[in-house]
Design a protein. Structure first.
Length: 381
């Protein structure tokens, strides 16, 4: 099967979007021919088959405009020479002119869309202009109504898409995020100091203000503790200011986004890993964050918010869930686990076993491949 994977994200930033794309492509191409059609990636990212859309280093609206024009002008020639069995697209808010819809119709190729979150709510929370929010809504409606199948990451997101765009439930399949279990694996922690770790983009829905507000209570009980916050994002300066105002800067270490190989080492340095999500954006659709499965793959106990789709953490005794946006309960849960090392070891073992069974990228990529193959055959039996 030949797959054209279209994406408008910049492959090179150290974030979940890049990781997800690279892992899906890697595992799809084990048994299929995969062409990646994307904006110019960083020099260290190469694909066996690719159609690169140049953006000339532009940013913002100029980048968006040149990206849409590039896809419309360059992709059809590539498609003519390298005809796929199916087009698989991830839309992240830039390809507003829906080139995959146009060319899937012109060339009679089935289109499958990948949806990784509630994009409308995300851009609204970033205070994007109303016109842009409306354009994204119209683009999503066009993409999803004209695609043959949609793959999304949570049952809650599936329900939201059905209601928002009047879609049939049978059109949408749920395939969650995964983890590279060969890279993310437990390594013995020999550090004398205790560490709590958060990793991810520093955005308001991650709940990091609540985490930092919990630090004074944690330090009072466990003075030999440091919180590692690994990642970049628009909330960073505000979080540093909050840390200073609480006089806990010596216990909170901000680390810029790092390569995955370094991230594995940092996670394994931690005694407890945290994901203190807030309810806004997260609870309505549920979440399938890669940070959670990466923590579990490294055998780390988790303290996270009680958010839709995270119930497996408690169900399989891989960690503790607490009410979101409650620094006191967050601190209490962290302190309890820091004082119960035998329990945390067992939780870590349970989490590792869970990801080995359900969340390896090999398993996730295989699930996506099955959907793409069956979709490519519709009307051609």
């Amino acid at each position: 099967m030949r797959i054209h994977y279209l994406t408008d994200i910049y492959l090179g930033e150290r974030n979940a979007g890049t990781t997800h794309t690279l892992e899906i492509v890697k595992h799809l191409q084990r048994e299929n021919k995969v062409d990646v059609i994307c904006p110019t990636p960083t020099d260290n990212i190469k694909f066996n088959y690719q159609c690169v859309i140049p953006t000339f280093g532009l940013k913002g609206m100029a980048r968006m405009a040149i990206l849409n024009l590039g896809f419309l002008l360059l992709y059809p020639f590539y498609l003519l020479k390298n005809r796929p069995d199916v087009i698989y697209q991830r839309f992240d808010g830039s390809l507003l002119l829906a080139p995959s819809v146009i060319f899937s119709k012109l060339f009679n190729v089935r289109l499958v869309m990948e949806v990784n979150g509630n994009l409308i709510d995300e851009i609204r929370m970033k205070k994007s202009p109303p016109l842009y929010i409306k354009l994204v809504y119209l683009s999503e409606k066009l993409y999803y109504s004209h695609s043959e199948k949609i793959i999304c990451v949570t049952p809650g997101l599936k329900k939201l898409l059905c209601e928002r765009y009047n879609l049939s439930e049978s059109k949408i399949e749920v395939v969650c995020n995964g983890v590279n279990i060969e890279l993310f694996k437990p390594v013995k922690n020999t550090a004398e100091k205790q560490f709590i770790l958060f990793q991810g983009s520093l955005l308001n829905w991650q709940g990091l203000e609540n985490l930092i507000n919990a630090v004074p209570q944690i330090v009072e009980k466990c003075p030999n503790i440091s919180l590692l916050i690994v990642g970049d994002g628009p909330e960073k300066d505000k979080l540093i200011t909050l840390t200073n105002s609480l006089n806990v800067s010596e216990h909170v270490i901000f680390i810029p986004a790092v390569p995955q190989e370094t991230l594995v080492k940092l996670i394994n340095l931690a005694d407890i890993c945290v994901a203190p999500f807030i309810k806004e954006r997260n609870d309505k659709i549920g979440i399938s964050p890669m940070k959670i499965v990466e923590y579990m793959a490294c055998g780390k106990p988790i303290v996270s918010s009680r958010i839709n789709n995270l119930d497996e953490i408690e169900k399989f005794n891989a960690g503790v869930l607490i009410d979101p946006e409650n620094p006191e309960k967050l601190a209490g849960a962290i302190i309890r686990l820091l004082e119960a090392p035998e329990e945390t070891i067992k939780m870590g073992e349970n989490g590792r076993h869970l990801v080995e069974c359900r969340y390896s990228w090999k398993y996730i990529g295989g699930s996506v491949a099955i959907i793409l193959r069956s979709t490519s055959q519709i009307g051609r039996e």
